[in-house]
Design a protein around this ligand. Structure first.
Ligand code: AMP
Ligand code: MG
Length: 331
């Protein structure tokens, strides 16, 4: 198991690669949830390893069927087109997911707000990008924000109070990773889902060696950390941002202003929960290094900003991140 340290997972904004150590590691590469996924488990019995990965893959596929807004048949798509004012029932799993979404929305002061589907659509963030005219921008803003979704936790219902739509981009992957953890129990595993990495089970003492990418060059590792448990999520602009008429449109929006976030580096967050790491990396990207680091410090959140500055990279690290990962050496 100690040989797992040979594993290198490159965490980039959205690309990742894992090189397994000589024969012991069983891996699978798939494309789902609109991104690439690598699943790995150390198991000398290849058949058993493949069965573990099949279980994990099944969890991911089910999560995609429930959460993906690219699928008309998903639960989230059904919620997004449910008649305004009529309660929509969420199943027990989704109800727990929404509780976490609401929790991190409140904790982040609204920097994480997945109910911005209309805003993202107006700026065509998932397409080629567009600069909406002021009336369209105002309409989209007026139809955005979790405040427009009434969540009744005891009945597990959500009621749209306007033409609001959920976008799962900032929490769906993390939630899917948490569901893998619940399904696999003590089996050691690593899943890299579009750059967010979770590990679990009785892992090697040393953990998995994970590289955080250079904030501007996603294919280039910038620094390495040892991941022993939980999840590491990175939000960065370099590979998904769009430029329209010379204006850079970040794929991450500041729900508080209704405009693209202006930070141009990356931020990585470790959290025990994949959903929390996912939501918080997006929230901290929105806040930017100054506000974000203060916020993370005051709450004991493990976060690291990589800030492009004068042709180099400056690291801004919260104490919780340093305590967890020790000495950090960028290159
Ligand atoms: P991530 O790459 O995890 O930071 O997630 C970014 C994705 O989440 C974007 O591509 C959008 O789909 C969505 N998104 C953008 N801004 C926000 C925000 N402030 N809160 C929640 N979701 C967002
Ligand atoms: Mg995120």
């Amino acid at each position: 198991m100690g040989r797992l340290t040979a594993l290198l997972v490159v965490v980039a904004c959205c690309t990742a690669s894992a090189d397994g150590p000589r024969g012991e590691l069983v891996t699978r590469d798939v494309y789902l949830m609109g991104t690439r996924a690598r699943l790995a488990t150390p198991d000398p019995t290849r058949e058993r390893g493949l069965a573990t990965l099949a279980t994990a893959l099944d969890v991911l596929e089910r999560a995609e069927r429930e959460l993906s807004t690219w699928r008309e048949s998903s639960a989230i798509s059904a919620l997004n087109r449910h008649p305004v004012g009529v309660p929509w029932h969420a199943g027990p799993t989704l109800c727990r997911t929404f509780e976490e979404v609401w929790r991190w929305h409140a904790a982040s002061g609204g920097a994480f707000d997945p109910a911005i589907g209309r805003l993202l659509a107006a700026w065509d963030v998932h397409g080629d990008g567009a600069i909406p005219a002021p009336p369209a921008r105002a309409r989209a803003s007026a139809a955005s924000g979790l405040a427009l979704l009434a969540f009744d936790r005891t009945k597990c219902t959500l009621t749209r109070q306007g033409d609001v739509a959920i976008d799962v981009g900032a929490f769906g992957k993390g939630e899917a990773l948490d569901r893998i953890e619940a399904a696999l129990g003590n089996v050691p595993w690593m899943v890299d889902l579009g750059g967010q990495i979770s590990v679990g089970g009785v892992g090697p003492q040393e953990g998995w060696t994970v590289a955080i990418a250079h904030p501007c060059r996603r294919d280039q590792p910038y620094l390495h950390v040892q991941l022993r448990d939980g999840s590491l999520a990175t939000s960065g602009g370099s590979e998904r941002d769009i430029t329209v008429d010379g204006i850079r449109i970040s794929h991450i929006f500041d729900p508080r202003t209704g405009r693209p976030a202006s930070f141009d580096g990356s931020v990585s967050v470790w959290h025990r929960s994949g959903l929390a790491a996912d939501a918080l990396s997006t929230a901290l990207f929105v806040m930017g290094p100054e506000e974000g680091l203060r916020w993370a410090e005051s709450r004991g959140i493990a976060a690291i900003y990589l800030i492009p500055e004068h042709g180099t990279v400056r690291m801004a690290v919260s104490p919780a991140f340093r305590n967890r990962f020790g000495r950090l050496q960028g290159n």
